[in-house]
Design a protein. Structure first.
Length: 381
């Protein structure tokens, strides 16, 4: 028998055998759907949490970040000396260097309720480190004393703020001159103001920033500039924006329970899918030993029977992962909110069927072991 007609016959046989026992078919599909849904949902929520924790590193456009030693999160635990800014500006290859203050404060609404906000103090004269995703107002207005940007997510929480609203922030009256949208990290939303204004809000007598943002001159080697800055500032951490992002992600994965929790759930889902599909296919072979023996008696080889099992496994994987991804997509749309975002990137959508295909084909080997030594003569016993 030629190859393509042979495969066509085996494919038809695999489909007929799978549809013969609808309960086993439903059980196998349920296992794949469960594994895909649980794994996709857990990974999607985890990626959403990562995005929130890396919001500062991803949103602020800087080639290089200078941070206090051993900074592994978005919020630095201490400050840098003021001279860090001047040393950075005089380093070869540096086009600009600006301070950034990042500290949690409180905003008092018009009814007296205190709400936390993450205040970013940046150099409003340059705009670097300032607000992004702006929906109303002009960031240039932050050059004026007593002004700030808030996020639209918390407009109601902040007492129905609008352009021109005045709120008490850290005991000082501040006028709202603009809004951003969606800048809610893992915690309070961002509020932007000028660096000097931020120092005043926190009653700071020094000018020490939490970070120094650095831009590299066109044509300069970023790695060489990082090395030069690190040599000039040995008591600080100097890293590119991508390295800062990766440092935060590594911290979440290795030093918090987030990675362990979501990773365990994902692996559990894959194990459940593997076991259900494996046992279903093994049970199907046991129940249909005479049929498999008949196939061997009419000329089918062990490889042909293995191909039948793998085609069945591939069908379970493609159909089950498709249904699982549809359910994950529905969940992501249903629970989407500023506080919780389920992210389903293309690599997850296309990778889930490939992963489940690997799991299901691996699970089919248990059934393959059962038919490997099958004798055609059993049909006549």
């Amino acid at each position: 028998m030629r190859l393509l007609p042979r495969i066509s016959v085996l494919f038809e046989t695999a489909v007929r055998m799978a549809l013969h026992d609808r309960m086993k078919l439903a059980g196998a599909l349920l296992g794949v759907v469960f594994a895909t849904f649980l794994g996709g949902q857990q990974l999607g929520i985890f990626l959403g949490l990562v995005q929130k924790n890396t919001l500062l590193a991803d949103g602020v456009k800087a080639d290089i970040w200078i941070a206090p030693k051993n900074t592994r999160q978005a919020e630095a635990s201490t400050t840098l000396p003021e001279r860090s800014v001047f040393l950075a500006r005089t380093t070869p290859g540096v086009a600009w260097a600006d301070p950034l203050l990042f500290q949690t404060g409180t905003l008092v609404t018009d009814n007296g309720t205190a709400e936390p906000v993450r205040i970013l103090g940046f150099d409003a004269s340059t705009g670097r480190g300032g607000p992004w995703n702006v929906t109303a107002g002009d960031p240039a207005l932050l050059r004026n004393p007593g002004t700030l940007f808030l996020d639209t997510i918390d407009r109601k929480r902040h007492g129905g703020t609008n352009l021109g609203s005045v709120r008490e922030v850290m005991g000082h009256q501040m006028q709202v001159v603009g809004f951003t949208s969606g800048l809610q990290p893992f915690g309070p939303t961002f509020a932007f103001t000028d660096f000097d204004e931020a120092l005043r809000l926190f009653s700071r007598t020094d000018r020490n920033p939490h970070f120094v943002l650095v831009g590299v001159e066109p044509g300069a080697d970023t790695a060489a500039v990082v090395a030069a800055l690190q040599a000039a500032l040995p008591d600080s951490d100097v890293m590119t924006g991508a390295e800062y992002h990766d440092r935060i992600v590594n911290y979440l994965l290795t030093e918090t329970q987030i990675g362990v929790s979501f990773g365990t759930s994902t692996v559990f889902g894959l194990i459940v899918g593997f076991v259900i599909v494996g046992l279903t296919m093994f049970s199907g072979v046991v129940d249909n030993l005479r049929e498999f023996g008949m196939l061997k008696a009419i000329g089918a080889t062990t490889f042909d029977l293995a191909l039948v099992l793998m085609l069945q496994a591939a069908g379970y994987a493609i159909a089950g992962s498709g249904i699982g991804l549809l359910l994950v997509g529905g969940l992501a749309a249903g629970i989407r909110s500023p506080a919780l975002v389920v992210i389903l990137p293309p690599w997850l959508i296309f990778g889930a069927p490939v992963l489940m295909l690997t799991v299901c084909i691996s699970a089919s080997f248990l059934a393959l072991l059962r038919i490997r030594g099958l004798e055609p003569a059993m049909v006549f016993r």
